[in-house]
Design a protein around this ligand. Structure first.
Ligand code: NOJ
Length: 978
């Protein structure tokens, strides 16, 4: 039996016999103490703590500073007192938007360190500022900049330290604790180049242990006295030959005035990252970034998972700053709060140069913009991709897929996408259909397309090593497979048995891979048995190798350019969706927006599609952890994200399944999925009342597609995530900084807190402001408070705690359809949730949802505003205006609105689409009249609610204006005489 199949089956037994007690297994993955460079890094930090006068040996040679002609950057030589003959080069660069890039590399060393991580993550070379003037003194170099000239970067020379300040307050400090250490390349047997006699007596504090050690053994005080795992390293039965020797990089990054840090996904942990060092750390190991297929991962752990984004936000009520550490090798991060209002982190990477971007903020929104300008915004997904996805491992035949589709239709449950896992393929040779069970893949896909639906098919990265597999054969002939340490094709074990992996770092693989996806016959082998409605799921791309160290590739494998796998491991998985993304665009005459789901990811992966949180367990803990992970992924760019609804392992009981759908419906990527040995659990299989509850959830999601799509437009332009945690929306409200179980959906004003606990009938929601929040379903008006307040809402199994923030106008589509493309001409409902000042605003974005015609201006982008013309006015005016005209400076997908072509066929195609209902929530009295401005009087129904006026709580009033006779894509105004 295949090793992993065995583990999956052992897990299954655990699930069947001990439904809630999973056998959590961590021995397959290293702890820090089992990874030589992490051990060395932590030991360095321990020595620094022990020695009072610890001082970094790295310093800048002031005489070497060369400021570039643009004034925005300078280079300098850096030396280490420990290795005076080794040279390092430092470069400081300030970008146009204030981001500071700090690079350091060894100069003229025995080898070259990997320096291309940033080039895979960044969208382009960032423009440097024109606003900088470095002042170089004897002790430091400084630059004061920013629109208010309140940001300052100070590079101290001895020891080397980089500090970013705002208004004189330290925001980010690099090497403030002296833990910077770039292990230079050495030959075996080389020793420290400073001899004891070279160390001057004067100035030594003989009381201090560090200095004593320094005198006796110049290297040991800093590096320790053993060559710990420098030249070879074993873990379990694997040996890493480490041909390049030690080359790790340690760096401390402190946030002296920020007590909360978020990000560095992916880990199953709280959004507000718990500590790993200090007095009472939550975790004993550092956070690890090393893309890994971790079997049955813990619901609370700093262990690595499938993807790695070395981005960390540091937050306080004064400001937000962030770090993007562009490193592609295995990285461990220790975290401590020396005081509640400060944070220290220590980053230890196995290889690569130092390439750190400091994002100055000062607001979370600024951070998202600064990060998006570096690594790109999340791609605007196809509209259908926001619908419901039905997956399992596996739908066993084309007739099975047809049957599932039929049942969804019979039960009147909307669904957009059916998924095929690995068993569709013959012997796990991806692309090649198992014709016994899938005799007619193109017809099957067309049957699905008939209702506007799509198929997603899995393509794993391991290629079965057999000459009758055209994909493997071509890759081998082209020489684009990853090599082992002896420079032969690397062979490992995965689903398809003996397998090899494409090296997408090799440009020769790109064109070839892209051509495979053409649906028409060509000279080369192409996937003719697919259609333009076949989209792609890339799984196992960490890569997962069942018989490899830590279930992945050996680190001494070789990639294009001679780089070792260790140098590029965390980037490797991102290249697969990157090239497939381009392939799917290129395969159609009229390019369509691709959909690709990836399991592995890195900084910048947001440009290529969606990701999910991998093989979660069917437990309540995992349901809650999934929420935290989706929020953390989102703030690091991967906003198109979700967790397997139902849990991958296990058979969820009814209550759990209902709650899981409620969580999934409020995550950007909404897919149900389960392991091959789980019982079938499509929503139509439940008996009532559960079945009706699931149907209602699916319908609710579909009614809200306009909200999701509008939020994705914003994310695709600004980088602000679709799911917004409290600290993002209320950056000054300390009480919300650790909240990670409720969130806002885009800028819509919807606040949700799905239940993730068994047996719950009530939920407590935190309201951060003195504002009214209406229950989405009952219109009950909850009042917040300026200092924050918890309210209790009813949350029986059929209820989702969902509130509309006063001041929002929320567009929905309430007609029931089988799939989202069938909603194209459906009318809209506008919910106007009035705020304390009797006003509200909202947005709606629409385009054809599948092509790139939005880049030519084929869009509808509206703003709805409800306001009294002046304070004393006795009228409320609700209007719709064209944001394309209002905001010519804005851009969609990089194209400025003012450059759009005037013909807008999309707007014409939905000319007939009406607003069918306007619900105004929270008026204090029954209106005298309602009419279209300059037009006819409208019929309305008013329900005065129950005692909800002023500051009182109770069911708010609702005014329903039915069929106001206005079109969604036109300017109009409705006047309510109050
Ligand atoms: C692992 C993935 O995480 C899971 O979703 C998938 O079903 C299996 N591989 C089989 O392809």
């Amino acid at each position: 039996m295949r090793p992993s199949s065995l583990t999956y089956h052992v897990a299954l037994l655990a699930v069947l016999f001990f439904p809630t007690v999973f056998a959590l297994k961590t021995a397959d993955w290293k702890t820090c103490s089992q990874a030589g460079f992490c051990r060395r890094g932590r030991a360095l930090s321990a020595r620094a703590k022990e020695h009072r006068s610890w001082k970094s040996p790295y310093s800048v040679d002031a005489s070497s500073i060369a400021v570039a002609s643009d004034q925005a950057s300078f280079t300098a030589a850096v030396t280490s007192s420990l290795y005076p003959k080794i040279n390092f080069g430092l470069e400081l660069r300030i970008h146009k938007d204030g981001v500071v890039r700090v690079r350091m590399d060894e100069v003229g060393g025995l080898r070259k360190r990997y320096d291309e991580a940033a080039s895979w993550a960044l969208i382009e070379a960032p423009e440097t500022s024109h606003d900088i003037k470095w002042t170089v003194g004897k002790k430091d170099a400084r630059a004061l900049y920013g629109p208010k000239k309140d940001i300052e970067v100070v590079v101290s020379f001895e020891p080397l330290k980089v500090v970013l300040l705002r208004k004189g307050r330290e925001q980010v400090v690099l090497n403030g604790r002296g833990l910077l250490h770039m292990e230079h390349f050495k030959k075996k047997g080389d020793s420290v180049e400073v001899k004891p006699e070279d160390i001057p007596e004067e100035g030594l504090d003989i009381e201090d242990e560090a200095q004593k050690v320094m005198k006796l053994s110049p290297g040991a005080w800093f590096e320790g006295d053993s060559e710990d795992a420098w030249w070879e390293e074993s873990f379990s039965s694997w040996t890493d030959t480490k041909p390049k020797g030690p080359e790790s990089l340690s760096l401390d990054i402190s946030f002296p005035n920020h007590g909360h840090v978020y990000g560095i996904p992916q880990h199953a942990t709280r959004l507000d990252l718990p500590t790993t060092t200090g007095d009472t750390p939550t975790y004993t190991d550092p956070y690890r970034l090393y893309n890994a297929d971790v079997f049955e991962y813990h619901a609370s752990s700093p262990m690595s998972l499938y993807g790695s984004i070395p981005v960390m936000h540091a937050h306080s009520s004064d400001s937000t700053v962030a770090i993007f550490n562009a490193v592609g090798s295995e990285t461990w991060i220790d975290l401590a709060h020396p005081s509640p209002k400060s944070t220290e982190t220590h980053w230890i990477s196995e290889s690569g140069i130092l390439d750190v971007f400091i994002l100055p903020g000062p607001t979370p929104e600024d951070i998202f913009g600064q990060y998006a300008r570096l690594t790109g915004t999340p791609a605007l997904p196809a509209h259908w991709a926001l619908g419901y996805h039905q997956c399992r491992w596996n739908y066993i035949s084309s007739d099975d897929i047809r049957g599932v589709q039929k049942r969804f239709d019979e039960e009147d449950m909307p669904v957009d996408v059916f998924w095929l896992d690995i068993e569709y393929s013959e012997d796990h040779k991806y692309f090649i259909w198992d014709k016994k069970n899938f005799p007619d893949p193109v017809e099957m896909t067309k049957d699905v397309e008939a209702f506007g639906r799509k198929m997603v098919v899995i393509i794993d990265p391991h290629l079965k090593r057999t000459s009758d597999y055209p994909v493997f054969k071509a890759a081998s002939e082209l020489g684009v497979l990853v090599k082992n340490k002896d420079n032969n094709e690397y062979e490992g074990w995965c689903w398809s048995g003996s397998s090899s992996w494409i090296d997408f770092f090799n440009p020769a693989s790109w064109d070839w891979w892209m051509k495979i996806f053409r649906t028409k016959k060509a000279k080369e082998w192409t996937w003719t048995e697919s259609t333009e409605s076949t989209y792609i799921w890339h799984d196992m791309n960490e890569p997962s190798v069942f018989n490899g160290p830590e279930i992945t590739m050996p680190k001494d494998n070789i990639h294009y350019g001679g780089w070792e796998h260790r140098d590029v491991h965390n980037i490797n998985g991102m290249l697969f969706p990157n090239i497939t993304h381009q392939a799917l665009i290129a395969r159609s005459a009229t390019p369509k927006r691709p959909f690709i789901l990836t399991r592995a990811f890195y900084a910048g992966s947001q440009r290529f599609g969606a990701m999910w949180t991998g093989d979660n367990l069917g437990t309540w803990e995992h349901m809650a952890a999934g929420v935290q992970m989706v929020l953390a992924n989102g703030i690091a760019g991967m906003t198109f994200c979700g967790s397997d609804v139902g849990g991958f392992f296990g058979n969820p009981e009814r209550e759990m399944l209902v709650r899981w759908y409620q969580v999934g419906a409020f995550q950007p990527f909404f897919r149900a999925h389960g392991h091959i040995d789980t019982k079938r659990r499509e929503p139509y299989l439940m008996e009532d009342p559960y079945k009706s509850m699931l149907r209602d959830i699916l319908r609710l999601r579909y009614s809200m597609l306009p909200i999701w799509y509008t939020a994705f437009r914003e994310a695709s332009v600004t980088g602000i995530p679709v799911l917004r945690p409290h600290y993002v929306v209320f950056p000054h409200d300390e009480a919300g900084f650790s909240i990670d179980d409720q969130w806002f959906i885009g800028g819509s004003g919807l606040l949700v807190k799905p239940v993730t606990e068994k047996g719950v009938t009530e939920a407590s929601i935190y309201l951060a402001e003195d504002q009214v929040y209406y229950d989405y379903f009952t219109h009950y008006a909850h009042r917040g408070a300026a200092k924050g307040k918890h309210i209790t809402v009813s949350a029986a199994l059929h209820e989702i705690p969902l509130l509309a923030r006063g001041g929002s106008i929320i567009p929905t589509r309430e007609r029931r359809r089988r799939s989202s493309p069938l909603m194209k001409l459906d009318p809209f409902t506008l919910r106007v949730a009035l705020d304390n000042r009797v006003s509200a605003r909202g947005e709606l974005y629409l385009d054809d949802g599948e092509t790139f015609s939005h880049r030519d201006g084929q869009i509808v982008w509206r703003e709805f505003v409800a306001e009294k013309p002046d304070k004393k006015a006795k009228t409320l005016r609700i209007s719709s205006r064209d944001l394309v005209k209002e905001k010519p400076g804005e851009a969609i997908d990089g194209v400025a609105l003012k450059n759009f072509s005037p013909s807008n066929n999309f707007a014409k195609s939905i000319e007939s689409v009406r607003v069918e209902k306007i619900a105004v929530i929270g008026l204090s009295s029954k209106p005298k009249s309602v009419k279209v401005e300059g037009g006819q009087a409208l019929e309305f129904v008013y329900d005065g609610g129950v005692a909800a006026g002023g500051k009182k709580e109770g069911v708010a009033s609702v005014l329903i204006i039915k069929d106001p006779g206005v079109a969604i894509s036109e300017d109009w105004a409705i006047v309510i005489d109050i």
